[in-house]
Write a protein that binds this ligand. Structure first.
Ligand code: UDP
Length: 338
């Protein structure tokens, strides 16, 4: 049993990870400022409301709820285009805040740290699938802000013996099969929730960004990994690091790519209605293809992404979306109050 500080635990991947940690017998304590997370997503868990970048908030969380065996750090800003227009805000929220947290973890003798990282650290890699040893060449401040945190962890590991796992997610998607926990970004920018809402007639037609990529059907190819498989991966990483595994950097994906058109086809099958879509120009910064080589994490931690078939991802996301709409929740991307 590990006591785990989960920053950003009320967010999408964070809340699923808290649930997985609990199911495995651990004790997650959530630190979240609720700027984008939802308190309801962590109902029943200890929740400290505050900013992870604030040393006083961290000190009081460690004093009141520690000691912790591990820290899992999700709290961050996640929009690539927003990071281009507000780079300094991203370096503050993602890099400076993580530095403050790593300092606190080292000072308090926490031995294990799991970082929510991203495939965006690779930029536009030439070779697919992408192994962890591919060069780090982020093309956005978002990707750079996470690559810097990875470097901070590598150096803290060498100097202070902090064991860490930087988990580079490919495309996180899907929802808990129970239907009560899922993806609720505001504004929503991700393909699957937007396509589901468009098919349900709850949003205007989807804009399909770019149909002239050098891919089999001209649309971008991504490696979708189910959020519950990601949650389980964090749990395995915590357990291994606490037990003394040295850690490192790891891709979390399936090794299979799906084009945007293929995703829309599966959404149509599951919803039973066409996805109204209009072809639109490429979205700046989108690489044509991002597919993980996930072998390192699978082999080292015995991880099996068993829910990450695209159909299962879309089915669970659809179940969650319908339950939110039935509760009166707005469609993703709809103006507040719609
Ligand atoms: N996409 C799209 N229309 C949308 C949202 C996304 O065509 O309204 C495309 C996007 O350009 C990319 C893919 O869907 O090729 C996955 O995008 P998403 O934002 O879901 O994840 P990302 O790959 O950016 O992390």
């Amino acid at each position: 049993m590990a006591r785990v500080l989960v920053t950003g635990g009320a967010g999408y991947i964070g809340s699923h990870t808290c649930r997985a940690l609990r199911a495995a017998g651990h004790e997650p304590v959530v630190l979240d400022d609720l700027s984008s997370g939802h308190a309801a997503a962590v109902r029943g868990l200890p929740l400290a409301e505050g900013d992870v970048a604030d040393p006083e908030v961290l000190a009081s969380t460690f004093d009141r709820s520690g000691p912790f065996d591990a820290v899992v750090h999700f709290a961050a800003r996640i929009s690539v285009p927003e990071s281009v227009s507000d780079p300094l805000g991203y370096y503050r929220a993602n890099t400076a805040a993580a530095l403050t947290l790593v300092e606190a973890a080292v000072a308090r003798g926490v031995g294990a740290f799991v970082l929510s990282s991203t495939a965006a650290v690779y930029g536009h890699p030439r070779e697919q699938p992408i192994g962890e040893d591919a060069p780090l060449a982020p093309t956005s401040p978002y990707g750079a802000s996470k690559a810097m945190v990875e470097r901070i962890l590598a150096d803290a590991s060498r100097a202070h013996g902090l064991r860490y796992a930087a988990l580079r997610y490919f495309n996180a998607a899907g929802a808990d099969p129970a239907g009560d926990l899922g993806e609720e970004h505001d504004p929503e920018t991700h393909l699957i929730p937007l396509a589901l809402a468009a098919a349900a007639g709850r949003r205007p037609p989807l804009e399909l960004f770019g149909t002239d990529y050098p891919t089999p059907d001209g649309t971008c190819v991504r490696d979708y990994v189910h959020v519950c498989d990601l949650a389980r991966a964090h749990c395995l990483a915590v357990e291994a690091l606490v037990a003394g595994e040295p850690g490192g950097v790891f891709n979390l994906g399936t090794g299979r790519g799906h084009s945007n058109r293929e995703v829309l086809g599966v959404v149509e099958e599951i919803v039973g209605r066409p996805v109204p879509a209009v072809e639109a120009p490429r979205r700046p910064g989108d690489p044509p293809e991002l597919v993980a080589d996930p072998r390192r994490f699978r082999e080292r931690f015995g991880w099996e992404p068993g829910l990450s078939e695209l159909r299962t991802i879309v089915e669970t996301a659809w179940r969650f979306a319908r339950s939110r709409w039935a509760d009166g929740g707005a469609a993703p991307g709809a103006p507040t109050g719609a």
